[in-house]
Write a protein of this length. Structure first.
Length: 114
């Protein structure tokens, strides 16, 4: 079992910036990738960004050029720097850690006010 804990989130105004971080405790397992997904009220969970341990990044089209994902492999921590935030970015943001399975954090709210 891999423990995944997010921190950050909160309320920010339109056009503002916010950062999220997430730490995984993989134990004997090897982390292959980590990332962020989000789920807005009444919608399905969707990909935001992922990063592999060799640095390969993937972004949803809706966040490209606004969000940046990074990872510290040594302490299994992933970061998401969000800027130029929009009300449509409002959602619960979930951290994901991938070993042979996928493990999820409890989620953290990001609310963008107009």
């Amino acid at each position: 079992q891999v423990r995944v804990v997010e921190s950050g989130g909160g309320v920010v105004q339109f056009g503002g910036s916010l950062g999220l971080s997430c730490a995984a405790s993989p134990g004997i397992f090897t982390i292959r990738s980590m990332g962020w997904y989000r789920q807005a009220r009444g919608k399905e969970r969707e990909l935001v960004a992922t990063i592999t341990t060799d640095g390969s990044e993937t972004y949803a089209d809706s966040v490209k050029d606004r969000f940046t994902i990074s990872m510290n492999n040594a302490n299994h921590t992933v970061y998401l720097q969000m800027r130029s935030l929009r009300p449509e970015d409002t959602a619960v943001y979930y951290c994901m850690a991938q070993t042979r399975s996928y493990f999820w954090g409890q989620g953290t709210w990001v609310t963008v006010t107009s």
